[in-house]
Design a protein around this ligand. Structure first.
Ligand code: EPS
Length: 390
């Protein structure tokens, strides 16, 4: 079963990833992964760090002549900024670095204080380096591998931003594939140019005020089959697993499917998606007239588009910091500030795609099993034949 671990501090030498449970015979290239890494680095409102980093993956195990072997896939991404942090982030003892860039005042909203209390650290850097969203570059690399897996079964994913701060796009209509394609052309990842302009202005305003902004994005996956996940146990429900995966992205505070919270305000007749039947159509001919459910009913995929919305809080590192407490003196003091992003919602949407892809791969493997891509494909084809007979 697809599972992964990441390691790495934000200003350490590199991020490292190991994926276990990949089938053999899957075509993969660093170039494909790098494309996803570049998407995560874009976005109006990013800080100076993204001018330093040019994320590139190095695959060191698990691939031979461009094909997976069914063995663990090992990858790393170098942190270019490491060159500026070699002493401070040295892995071996470095007396000359003692006392340099020590962070004494925790940022409200970040993991600094709770992490330092839990792990008994005096310098908040020992916490913030790993709590940094730099780690999401590793997830996007893993997610790119998951996407390649899903592409073997004609499944694709995309995302778009619907809100940044108070700047909100109107109800966006159109096929998800097109919305995602339009978002790719926008530096705020928004398919609607008029709203994008409002979003840019909101980010600039926050920047001038020394502040930060959060927002809302949508993620979609299409080309699925009905039957991923299960209604029989809480931990097998697909929506529960997807929500947990999206919620694990730093700064995400809310996750919703389809209509989301709006469904709570409407009558049942307005919410539930009527079932349709067209002989010969995919998924046994069964479909839904609308997709308010967001592609999951009873914890099981319906075969319609999986549509998830996620809310991101504003970044906790503020140029004009809010009050905190100095760890040594216990006196009130402004929270620590280091170079930071103003808004990372467009990047978070790309991370959301990665987490959605990873979760769908595990659900796919549960349903179809198999140790090689060809074996999984044959199980998938058999299931499609079965569906066609329903
Ligand atoms: C982050 C702070 C900034 C961000 C970083 C997340 O980094 P730095 O402190 O080096 O300026 O740019 O995000 C990334 C490095 C990235 O790759 O997304 C934080 O404190 O969470």
């Amino acid at each position: 079963m697809f599972r992964y671990l990441t390691a790495g501090e934000s200003h350490g030498q590199a991020l490292s990833m190991i994926i276990e449970g990949l089938p053999a015979g899957m075509s993969l290239s660093s170039q494909r992964i790098n494309r996803e890494l570049a998407r995560r680095q874009r976005g109006y409102g990013r800080g100076g760090r993204m001018l330093i980093e040019k994320d590139q993956v190095q695959i060191t195990a698990g691939l031979r002549h461009g094909q997976t072997l069914g063995t663990p896939l090992a990858m790393s991404i170098e942190n270019r900024d490491w060159l500026n942090w070699q002493d401070i982030m040295a892995v071996e003892k470095k007396p000359s670095a003692r006392g340099k860039r020590v962070v004494r005042c925790p940022r409200p909203g970040h993991a600094d204080l709770v992490g330092a209390l839990k792990y008994d650290r005096q310098d908040f850097r020992d916490i913030l380096e790993r709590a940094s969203a730099r780690e999401t570059a590793a997830r996007v690399a893993v997610g790119a591998v998951a996407k390649v897996f899903l592409e073997c079964f004609d499944i694709a994913l995309g995302s778009w931003v619907t809100q940044i701060g108070a700047a909100r796009a109107p109800q966006l209509t159109g096929a998800v594939k097109q919305l995602a394609a339009r978002a790719e052309k926008s530096d705020v990842h928004c398919p609607d140019e008029k709203s994008a302009e409002h979003m840019r202005r909101a980010i600039t305003k926050a920047q001038n005020a020394g502040d930060t902004l959060g927002g809302i994005f949508s993620i979609a996956a299409w080309g699925l089959v009905p039957g991923l996940g299960s209604h029989v146990h809480w931990d097998r429900r697909l929506d529960m697993r997807l929500a947990g995966a999206i919620m694990s992205i730093p700064a995400i505070k809310g996750v919703a499917f389809g209509l989301g919270f709006q469904a709570a305000t409407l009558a049942g007749s307005q919410v539930h998606d009527s079932i349709t039947y067209h002989k010969g159509a995919s998924n046994g001919g069964f479909g839904r007239k609308t997709n308010h459910a967001g592609g999951v009913e009873g914890g099981i995929s319906t075969g319609e588009v999986i549509l998830v919305q996620a809310a991101m809080k504003p970044i906790a590192t503020l140029k004009k910091p809010i009050l905190s407490i100095d760890m040594s003196s216990k006196q009130r003091s402004a929270a620590g500030y280091e170079r930071s992003d103003i808004c990372a919602v467009p990047a978070a949407a790309v991370v959301g795609e990665a987490m959605l892809a990873i979760t769908l791969v595990t659900a796919w493997q549960e349903k179809f099993g198999g140790d090689s891509i060809s074996e999984i494909r044959s199980h998938w084809k058999t299931y499609q034949k079965y569906l066609a007979k329903r």
